[in-house]
Structure formats: structure tokens, C-alpha cells
Design a protein around this ligand. Structure first.
Ligand code: PMP
Length: 303
């Protein structure tokens, strides 16, 4: 497991700060109740030597939706959001290393939903420029929460407690990641990404109502699949369909398109002909080698 980096700077309280200044008070709801909403964004070096982040406005809009669900007043203008990412990228970018950004609204003031105030904090981490290797997946005994218990549509830190338990369970079973089922025993998503399966030449993924996050990457991949003439459907997926799927992948901004080598100990076709085509097309698009209308590249790091 890669250690969390401690970069020199972060963005907090409307300015770049030294990493060690990134502190929250023990009395605030962000600490006491884990109250925050966040986004993970990813940027890639482009062929013309610029660096660009994928679909920034989609992430901004989802952050706004998560805030609304949790009654966190959303006061961050889009320009402030993108400029915070821009400034931090300028301070931390390393040539030819990818970077991912975590933009979090931490609730710093207020109590039980009254007087709620949040602060935008941005952290960023360098990453190697690689295409992820196939992984062994398991099906967790932990369950995705429901829309009425802890809504999956809100991307909030507290939603990841179950994901953490699933990862711990997965480690004991030799799995890199785990798939969580919903209360009906159908596929929801994995701990930090969505799930695609292939059956008889078509790609399937569960809808958000099954307990999957409203994923920006799934939207991109659906559009890329259309361009590649690969049928793509959103519908409920049974547990046993994972066992008989021809191919499986985890997809998300940070997972990108990560193929599965096995599911609960059952080996999968290592070639994954359909999902590896989609994976290749995804990287071509985000790295600007073969642009696609579903991938909006926002240049950052240029001050
Ligand atoms: N589900 C969960 C629980 C996630 O954390 C993520 C990553 N944001 C995803 C799905 C994939 O969403 P996206 O494609 O928008 O990154």
C-alpha cells in the first residue's frame, strides 16, 4: 500500500498554506461527525506539454449536489474551485508525473445543521504515469448503505466507513479491492469506484438507484463505448452475474479503468478484449492523444 504523501502545500481558508498548517479544530462537525463532502479529480500531462484536469465542472456540480443533500451551504464559486486547483497544481506539479486532487468541504462551524459553515480544502498528490494492472477482486460481506440510511449519492467521507471495512476484509482474503452489494444482494459498486461487467459482448453497470455513486467516469466510458460501437447498458446486476461475467473492471476517476483478474477466487479471461479496448481509449482521451467530446481537459498549473 502506497503511503499517503505529505506534499509541501495545500489549499485551505482561501489560500495556499504549508502542509503542517492544514488543521481542523477538534470541536467542529468535520472532526466530530466526519461531516464533509469531497471530490477526487485527476490530471494528466498533455502532448503539448500542458497539464490538464478531467471534467472539472462535472466534479464541481457533484460537490454542489452532495452539499445540498447534507444541508451544507455551498458558497464556493466555480472560479474559486478551479483556481484553488490551479494554484496548488502550480506549486506541486512534477514534469511527467500525473497528479490527483482531493477537493473537500469540511464543516468547520455549526452544530446539528444550524449555523453550518464549510471551508474548501484542496490537497494534491503526485502519481506515476501508469496504466493500472489487473487486480483480484472479492465480494464483500459488508453492505452498501441505502438512500434512506446514508445516501450513496452524497460523496461524503462518512460513506467510506463501510468501504474501509470491506478493504480490511479484502486484505484478509488476498483481494486488492472488494465489490459491495446493496440490501437486495445486487451489485452496488466497489469501495471507491464503479463496476462494469461484460456479458456476450455488451457492457453492463448498475444504476445509481442500486447504490452506485453518480460516476463521472461511467458517463465518459458510456460515451466512449458508443464511439467504439460497444453496447452499454445500465441495469441491476445480480451477484451471480459477477460469477459468470466474461470481463469485469472497476472504473472511476482514480481507479481509471482497472481490469479484474479474478472475482472471489474465480479466474477471468486475462485478455478482457472489450474492457481493455475501452481502457486504451480512455487513456488516449484523458492524455489528449485522441480527444473525445466526453472528456473536457481543463489546463491547470500555469500561473
Ligand atoms: N464510487 C465511489 C464510492 C467512489 O468513491 C468513486 C470515486 N469518486 C466512484 C464510485 C467513481 O466516481 P467517479 O467516476 O466520478 O470518480
Amino acid at each position: 500500500m502506497e503511503q499517503l504523501q505529505t506534499p509541501k502545500f495545500l489549499y485551505m481558508n482561501k489560500a495556499l498554506r504549508l502542509w503542517d498548517e492544514g488543521k481542523l479544530h477538534v470541536g467542529c462537525e468535520a472532526v466530530n461527525r466526519g461531516l464533509n463532502v469531497f471530490e477526487g479529480l485527476k490530471g494528466y500531462w498533455q502532448p503539448d506539454g500542458t497539464f490538464a484536469v478531467v471534467n472539472v465542472s462535472d466534479h464541481y456540480r457533484r460537490l454542489q449536489r452532495s452539499s445540498r443533500i447534507l444541508h451544507i451551504p455551498f458558497t464556493t464559486a466555480f472560479d474559486e474551485f478551479s483556481e484553488a486547483i490551479n494554484q496548488l497544481a502550480a506549486a506541486l506539479l512534477v514534469v511527467e508525473r500525473d497528479m490527483w486532487f482531493r477537493t473537500t468541504l469540511f464543516v468547520t462551524e455549526g452544530h446539528w445543521g444550524e449555523g453550518t459553515v464549510a471551508d474548501l480544502v484542496v490537497t494534491a498528490y503526485n502519481q506515476e504515469k501508469v496504466i493500472p494492472s489487473p487486480v483480484d477482486l472479492g465480494i464483500s460481506t459488508w453492505q452498501r448503505s441505502t438512500d434512506l440510511s446514508l445516501p450513496c449519492r452524497a460523496k461524503t467521507g462518512t460513506n467510506y466507513q463501510v468501504a474501509r471495512l470491506a478493504r480490511i476484509e479484502g486484505r484478509q482474503r488476498g483481494c486488492s479491492d472488494m465489490i459491495l452489494l446493496n440490501g437486495f444482494g445486487r451489485v452496488a459498486e466497489s469501495t471507491a469506484s464503479c463496476v462494469l461487467i461484460v456479458r456476450d459482448g455488451a457492457i453492463y453497470t448498475p444504476t445509481a438507484s442500486e447504490g452506485a455513486l453518480e460516476s463521472i467516469t461511467v458517463d465518459i466510458l458510456e460515451a466512449l463505448a458508443a464511439s467504439l460501437d460497444i453496447p452499454f447498458f445500465r441495469r441491476p446486476i445480480d451477484r451471480t452475474e459477477l460469477m459468470v461475467a466474461d470481463e469485469i473492471a472497476l472504473v472511476g476517476t482514480l481507479a481509471e479503468v482497472m481490469l479484474a483478474r479474478s472475482i472471489d477466487g474465480l479466474p477471468l479471461d486475462g485478455d478482457a478484449p472489450i474492457l481493455s479496448r475501452l481502457q486504451a481509449r480512455y487513456f488516449q482521451a484523458v492524455r489528449g492523444l485522441d480527444p473525445h467530446s466526453s472528456v473536457h481537459l481543463c489546463p491547470v498549473g500555469l500561473i
